[in-house]
Design a protein around this ligand. Structure first.
Ligand SMILES: C[S@@+](CC[C@H](N)C(=O)[O-])C[C@H]1O[C@@H](n2cnc3c(N)ncnc32)[C@H](O)[C@@H]1O
Length: 340
């Protein structure tokens, strides 16, 4: 078994730069691809995995605003930061953004990536789905850039998610059915996959071989953590957003349910594919902090306006009303708050 410095970085709550500095100072041999000897691996692991997390959850009895510390360590500036410093948006690519975050700096990842695989599969000649999708922008440009979900790229994405997530925390990643089969298995190499949830959109959409009514949500953990509630079912009936301002806008309730399952007050929520900002609105509603990015200028401007307005007067510009379906168990969770 050969180890690399990335294995140490993944297992350690200490920022990657500190580990690299130690390696340099102590002249530890590192191969071109980051390989280290078994002996160095054990020494480094012993040294860095036992250190305290970068931030303790509490300082002088008050929760630490991790985003203040991120400000020092992130090597590029947010394009938007809320007045209370609890919400930050970056105009960036998901992997480059995650790489810029310190190790073990976020408490939960909830995300809905723009997979390219499904759309390539659906390009059946002038297939209706991709046709409408591709024509939506000027000069045949797509609605937004897709994440290049090659196996290699996706693995890097997951490894970065693992690195930035604190120990004993959860991650939720949305998948269409094609990407679930091709990419989700990779998550098993990185995280402890606990379940695959189903978002039931209540009404049928497009589709050649059966009309689509659902998407999947992969639920996994880094370390051990229980869910906040034992009453959340694994099928979530929540209506889709119709005539949305931003394509593929998801109902805030989908993200709120993820947070109901796994977040605490003041958790740092991370979404590296922020789109219209539905996950950010869910984070605010759940009393959490938020950090996210998107490559699209439109996504940044839409989510920025949406967040600003919501912080100002609790009005959601792009989802005017609740989209909860007729499901008693789910409705109960929203009506009663937590039901353990
Ligand atoms: C499925 S949408 C997210 C929709 C969002 N959940 C919502 O409710 O509005 C995916 C987003 O990923 C963005 N995106 C595509 N490639 C990206 C990349 N490499 N890094 C970050 N964002 C990317 C797209 O611009 C798009 O806004």
């Amino acid at each position: 078994m050969s180890y690399t410095i990335y294995d140490i970085q993944e297992r350690s709550p200490v920022v990657a730069e500190k580990i690299e500095k130690y390696i340099k100072t102590n002249k530890i041999k590192v191969g071109k691809k980051g390989q280290i000897s078994d002996k160095s691996y054990l020494i480094l692991l012993d040294l860095f995995s036992s250190q305290e997390e970068i931030k303790n959850d509490k300082k002088n009895g008050k929760p630490v605003n991790v985003l203040n510390d991120l400000k020092i360590q992130i090597n590029h500036k947010p394009i938007f930061k809320s007045q209370d410093q609890r919400i930050s948006l970056f105009h960036d690519d998901a992997i480059s953004f995650l790489k810029s975050l310190p190790t073990a700096s976020v408490d939960i990842i909830i995300t809905d990536p723009a997979y390219s695989g499904m759309n390539q599969r659906l390009k059946l000649g002038r297939g209706k789905i991709i046709g409408k999708y591709a024509d939506a922008g000027k000069d045949g440009a797509k609605w937004f850039e897709e994440f290049h979900d090659t196996v290699e790229n996706y693995k890097t994405f997951l490894q970065q998610c693992y690195r930035v997530l604190r120990n004993n925390r959860h991650i939720y990643i949305m998948f269409d059915s094609y990407s679930l089969l091709s990419l989700a298995p990779i998550a098993r190499d990185v995280f402890e996959v606990k379940n695959v949830l189903c978002w039931d959109k209540a009404n049928i959409g497009l589709g050649h071989y059966f009309r689509r009514r659902h998407e999947f949500i992969l639920f996994a953990s880094k370390g051990k953590r229980h869910l906040n509630s034992k009453s959340i079912p694994d099928v979530w009936k929540i209506k889709r957003v119709v005539s949305s301002e931003y394509p593929t806008q998801k109902p805030t309730e989908v993200f709120e349910l993820m947070l109901k399952g796994s977040a605490e007050k003041d958790f740092v929520v991370c979404d590296p594919f922020v789109g219209s900002g539905s996950s950010a609105i869910a984070a605010i509603k759940s009393d959490c902090m938020f950090i996210g990015c998107d490559t699209s200028e439109k996504a940044i401007s839409v989510s920025k306006e949406r967040i600003k307005q919501f912080l100002k007067n609790k009005t959601d510009l792009y989802q005017k009303s609740s989209l909860l379906g007729d499901d008693e168990a789910i409705t109960k969770l929203f009506l009663n708050g937590e039901s353990k």
